[in-house]
Design a protein around this ligand. Structure first.
Ligand code: ATP
Ligand code: MG
Length: 638
């Protein structure tokens, strides 16, 4: 049977798919607009209220803001059960027409590395569809290449899928569970004259394959007797031949326009111990031979994969048609996720780790799920991102700013506010009693008053942020300056009376006075300083190391234009600050809990922390440059 990729229908189908994508975008726009009008504290509303620096999302503001954003960012959509895309439409239609009773999807990682944000898109899609349509999603390890696969990766993948909020229940599978039936089906193909053992080397097979414009040439072994192939295949299994000596190939069509149908390799000899099957096998099925058949064994109804597998689909279908498989899964393809300033390829990520460019697979700069987690990204933010980008049929590159935008939306709602000073400058309040300590009541999260308040100790000597003072302030600098009054958040108003410098002329201390009548941050006479600063009592401050992160690559398109990929690494992707000071409350924070250091950004404890030496990672800054640049109509916003 011949299958061609270039069927006359392909263009039309693609156009239809694009139209559907556009329609879905339009529906998302209307949906967002309606949510904006409702003025609810939606994902977008809370995000926008943060961006414009408001404490509460007033009714009219989200409406105006979301309308504006929507008109610019057509891909935006909050997570919502009403969302749809071309794959969900197919699933819904199959269920409605009775072609499928229960929808079964699967997420099939190869355990040869840690999962990244691209995988998160696929996980959200596969598990999301199963959840929305009352079906199930399997986690299946595509473990057919023992030379690259490791138990560490299997464990990390399971942990990451769970952390993202998905559950495969009892449906954990491995392609290696099916090595016996797969082998038996391969033997069946040989018996039916549809597969043969080929003695050509890998290079010769490539030479014989032909090109896009020229048909391939038959291997001299293509017509070898069935009995001979059966015997050789059995001997391959018994380990009689070295790696690469022979392969099993399907016998399809060496002139097929789709090169993948020119007698594809089904089995190769690999003398390597497998993490699960040990030394039981030395022949392993290829991806193409294992994948569709594993789907069929598990009763997968919709086998959803990325676009590069579109060209594999005729082979997927050929195998399903020619093997006595128990069900008939169908393959659907969607566009893989690409993100600016980011490389999503396990091969490259492995190099970054093994060459020591990062601290490991979970380095906070890595686009891996474990890296994003260590950086303090909440799972909900990643799921929201997946919902925002939607599912399309044409490749595109998503701005990394959109991921940050989704994460900020969640953190703004959920992250408790805390005080921390990254570049400390001492303030002495001269008229404050020497031994006195007051507990100031500070709101934990102005976006969520149910988060309550906490007591923060206040005393005569404080740390403030060095940037919050200027001796000779320019016109637009409203913070502390000589003779000027500023508010210390939830505490008192202070006036700077004197600047103390060291021998080198560097400012080492500010002498201030406070107004006892302003306790809590309001003056009885109604005067309002232009700036509110955060602070920490010097006697109560906890020293900490803080790691600031920027993009791992310095260009939006790393390695483009033939540049050496690693030459585009950003030398300033990590900045380590020592001697930072944080409020004592933060001693109890655990890895995975993200807080907002007021006015500075979102931060989370790093697992490198020890009891005497806390380390915090900056998850994100507060500034939403994405929204700002989008508002200016620039699409290269990051
Ligand atoms: P990589 O290209 O990063 O090495 P891969 O495709 O080899 O990844 P697999 O473990 O085979 O990784 O992927 C498991 C599933 O995740 C597949 O269904 C694959 O299509 C999907 N996937 C991988 N990368 C992306 C991506 N960037 N966007 C969306 N889905 C992806
Ligand atoms: Mg793969």
């Amino acid at each position: 049977m011949e299958c061609s990729l270039d069927t006359p229908n392909t263009d039309g189908a693609r156009r239809r798919a694009e139209l559907r994508d556009r329609l879905a975008s339009l529906i998302r726009i209307v949906y967002l607009w309606i949510r904006g009008i409702q003025g609810s504290k939606s994902f977008l509303a809370s995000q926008l209220s943060e961006r414009i620096g408001r404490r509460r999302a007033c009714l009219h503001r989200p409406r105006l803001e979301s309308r504006r954003r929507v008109s610019i960012d057509t891909s935006a959509s909050p997570a919502s059960p009403e969302r749809t895309d071309f794959i969900r439409e197919i699933v819904a239609a199959d269920l409605e027409a009775g072609r499928v009773e229960t929808v079964v999807t699967r997420f099939p990682p190869e355990p040869n590395g840690y999962l990244h944000i691209g995988h998160a898109k696929s996980i959200c899609l596969n598990f999301g569809i199963a959840r929305e349509f009352g079906g199930r999603c399997h986690l299946r390890f595509d473990d057919t290449n023992p030379t690259k696969e490791e138990q560490e990766y299997i464990d990390s993948i399971k942990a990451d899928v769970r952390w993202l909020g998905f559950d495969w229940g009892e449906h954990l599978y491995h392609a290696s569970d099916y090595f016996e039936p797969l082998y038996a089906w391969a033997v069946g193909l040989i018996r039916a004259g549809k597969a043969y053992v080929d003695d050509l080397s890998a290079d010769d097979i490539r030479d014989h394959r032909g090109t896009l414009t020229e048909p391939g040439r038959d291997s001299p072994w293509r017509d070898r007797p069935i009995e001979e192939s059966l015997e050789l295949f059995e001997r391959m299994r018994q380990g009689e031949f070295p790696n690469g000596a022979r392969v099993l190939r399907a016998r399809i069509d060496m002139a097929a326009p789709n090169i993948l149908l020119r007698d594809p390799v089904l089995y190769r000899i690999v003398h390597a111990a497998h993490p699960r099957t040990g030394d039981a096998w030395c022949v392993y099925p290829t991806y193409d031979f294992a994948h569709g058949q594993s789907d069929a064994i598990e009763g997968v109804t919709h086998s959803i994969c990325t676009l590069e597998f579109e060209i594999h689909r005729p082979l997927y279908d050929w195998l399903i048609e020619n093997l006595p498989v128990p069900s008939r899964p169908r393959q659907y393809e969607f566009a893989r996720l690409n993100v600016t300033y980011t490389v999503l390829s396990k091969r490259v990520l492995l190099r970054l780790v093994s060459e020591g460019h990062v601290r490991g697979w979970d380095d906070p700069r890595m686009p891996t799920i474990s890296g994003l987690r260590r950086r303090g990204f909440p799972a909900e933010g990643i799921r929201d991102f997946a919902a925002l980008i939607g599912v399309a049929k044409s490749d595109s590159v998503v701005e990394v700013g959109l991921l940050e935008y989704a994460v900020r939306g969640v953190l703004n709602r959920t992250a408790p506010r805390r005080f921390a000073v990254l570049h400390p400058l001492k303030v002495v309040i001269e008229n404050y009693p020497e031994a006195q300590v007051e507990e100031m009541e500070v709101v934990n999260n102005p976006e969520d008053l149910s988060a309550g308040t906490r007591q923060v100790p206040f005393s005569r000597e404080l740390w403030i942020e060095r940037d919050d003072f200027m001796e000779e302030p320019p016109a637009k600098f409203f913070r502390l300056a000589p003779g000027r009054e500023a508010r210390l958040r939830s505490a008192y108003f202070v006036i700077c009376r004197e600047v103390v410098k060291d021998a080198a002329g560097e400012i080492v201390e500010l002498r201030c006075t406070y107004d006892p009548a302003t306790r809590g941050g309001d003056a009885p006479d109604g005067r309002r300083p232009k700036a509110t600063l955060h602070w920490i009592s010097t006697t109560h401050a906890m020293p900490a190391e803080v790691r600031l992160y920027d993009h791992l690559f310095s260009r939006p398109d790393p390695g483009a234009g033939g540049r050496e990929l690693f030459a585009d690494l950003n030398p300033d992707s990590e900045t380590i600050l020592r001697g930072c000071l944080v409020e004592p409350e933060l001693a109890g924070l655990r890895a995975g809990e993200t807080v907002q250091f007021e006015r500075l950004g979102y931060f989370t404890p790093d697992p490198d922390s020890t009891p005497g030496h806390p380390v915090f990672n900056r998850t994100l800054t507060l500034k939403d440059t994405w929204a700002k640049l989008q508002a200016q109509g620039r699409h290269d916003a990051t």
